[in-house]
Write a protein that binds this ligand. Structure first.
Ligand code: C2O
Length: 537
């Protein structure tokens, strides 16, 4: 049975302030308690509620996605993330994977994606804990996480990061948006604010007839992993916790921070009246200059900060659409309901709109290849069963258990060549730091290169330059600044300059070296996608 579209209004998630204001008007740090709760959540007017795991200040207030946390640049936020989840997961857990193994309960740990956080507050996959901190992973060290809210000015999100459970915990609802506001800068920029500045947390889910979130629990390689599917795709598109919602808007500018919170689905967003919008920021930073676009492609975990001017709309209802293949780029094309995301209903009548879109946003210091300390080859590789189903994925033929191989020096810049030998585009994410894309180059004779790479357990002996085919391609303008997650095309080598300092070149306000270090990984299904440790020292 088909669900009707545009019958639920787009929810605003509860806002939680990560600061307080003192009597003399100064921003001061705040301490929050945010729990993870099992509850029922109605994703659509005509669907029965589904069990979900939801973040919230209490079970009653918990939502999917969780509360939108708002922090002030340079003002610390402390969060006690509490686990109130039951003994058993709402989904089938495949215990053949490398994963947290508590005696009972659901392991969780929260990563604030895009944050500059001290190692023990970064949500290491092995820092997991179950209900009331009853059981904890090897790297667990503290109950209250400390966020400095530095180094970046805008869009982050928080999500579960527990070893082997991440994809299930995200599917269950453990996601939320987090923004760092720089009041001075925002005053100067004059972008739309308040109720004209909204998060759109977009994800795909399927549902059973009784309204429960559906996940196929027969593994693609049942002999190896009876229940594990490396990727999840759903046929219902959810924005802020509702399927295909509508939003009433005025004829004026709105700022939307769009987060792709799907496990594996890419979205290419566009307006169905062909109108353009303006991108002002990415997952990491304001762009140097605003860019007018007709569509924007977001991989899982990518964020696009855009302004839409509805005074220019050609119709009274405009639909936000999607045409990205799944898996991306060579999978199925969205053919029906998954072509639509949500609807904007534009109210008649002119309104005053004092917001503006400045042409220049924030200056960008470009990293250069000249000052690179180390060059590294990073191979993304997928092993397949005889029937062509992935059995496991890894980076440089190492697993998460293996010793740390990347030990960058604090303050240096490294050049990483990401060699994607899998058939899919992988969103490559590095914790703690930002990077800039140098270029992408196509590879030829990929089968030969793959064979060499497997034999050598790496590409060092394979003479990668023999396989590079064609000229370097520069990133699109909206991806040319700082990023913390990047699309890496299959059969391409993507070269990035990773700066192991803050993107404003200020010193870290904490010691980023030492345990438990930081990880980088692909964000499709998150774990077990390739995952390795990295520590700055
Ligand atoms: Cu958004 Cu390590 O992840």
């Amino acid at each position: 049975e088909k669900l009707s579209m545009f019958v639920d209004e787009l929810p605003s998630m509860p806002t939680v302030r990560g600061y307080t204001i003192s009597a003399n008007g100064i921003y001061v740090p705040a301490s929050l308690t945010i729990g993870m709760h099992m509850k029922l959540w109605k994703f659509h007017r005509d669907l029965h509620p589904s069990a979900v795991f939801a973040f919230g200040e209490s079970a009653a207030k918990a939502t999917v996605p969780g509360p939108s946390i708002e922090a002030i640049s340079g003002v610390k936020t402390y969060v006690r993330w509490e686990n109130h989840l039951p003994d058993k997961h709402i989904f089938t857990v495949d215990e053949t994977l490398e994963m947290a193994k508590p005696a009972r309960g659901v392991p969780t740990v929260v990563h604030l994606h895009g944050s500059v956080s001290e190692p023990h507050s970064d949500g290491n996959a092995r820092s997991w804990f179950t209900r009331q901190f009853e059981e904890k992973g090897k790297k667990w060290n503290k109950t209250v996480y400390e966020y400095h809210n530095v180094g970046t000015t805008s869009n982050l999100w928080y999500h579960d990061h527990a070893l082997g459970y991440t994809r299930l915990n995200l599917l269950a609802g453990l996601i939320g948006s987090y923004k760092i506001v720089n009041p001075e800068l925002d005053d100067r920029l004059g972008l739309p604010r308040g109720k004209f500045d909204r998060e759109l947390v977009v994800m795909d889910r399927s549902f059973t007839k009784s309204g429960f979130i559906y996940i196929n629990s027969t593994g693609d390689n049942p002999d190896l992993h009876p229940e594990w599917q490396p990727e999840y795709f759903g046929n219902v598109i959810i924005v802020n916790g509702k399927a295909w919602p509508y939003m009433k808007v005025q004829r004026r500018k709105y700022r939307f921070r769009i987060i792709n919170a799907s496990n594996a689905r890419f979205f290419r967003f566009a307006m169905d009246d062909g109108s353009s919008f303006t991108q002002v920021g990415t997952d990491c930073f304001y762009l140097e200059a605003a860019i007018e676009l007709k569509s924007v492609l977001l991989a899982p975990s990518e964020i696009s900060d855009i302004v839409v001017d509805f005074s220019k709309a050609k119709k009274s209802t405009v639909i936000l659409t999607n045409d990205a293949a799944y898996p991306f780029p060579d999978g199925n094309l969205p053919d029906g309901a998954d072509r639509k995301i949500m609807e904007f209903m534009i109210k008649d009548g002119n309104v005053t709109d004092n917001s503006r879109i400045p042409i220049q946003l924030q200056p960008l210091i470009r990293l250069s290849e000249e000052h690179v300390a180390i060059r590294r080859n990073i191979v993304l590789f997928e092993f397949n069963s005889p029937s062509g189903q992935p059995t496991h994925l890894n980076i440089n033929f190492a697993s998460f258990k293996d010793p740390v191989t990347e030990l960058p020096k604090y303050g240096t810049t490294e050049l990483w060549h990401i060699i994607n030998l899998t058939p899919d585009n992988h969103p490559f994410h590095v914790h703690l730091v930002g990077f800039q894309v140098l270029h992408q180059r196509k590879l030829k004779n990929v089968n030969e290169l793959s064979a060499c790479t497997v034999n050598q357990k790496g590409v060092e002996a394979c003479n990668i330059s023999d396989y590079v085919d064609g000229d370097p391609i520069l990133p699109p303008a909206n991806e040319a600044g700082w990023k913390n997650v990047l699309k890496t095309q299959p059969a391409f080598v993507t070269s990035i300059l990773v700066h192991f300092g803050m993107i404003d070149f200020e010193p870290f306000p904490f010691d980023p070296t030492g345990e438990p270090g930081y990880v980088y990984h692909c964000h499709v299904s998150i774990i077990p996608c390739a995952h390795k440790t990295l520590s700055a020292q």
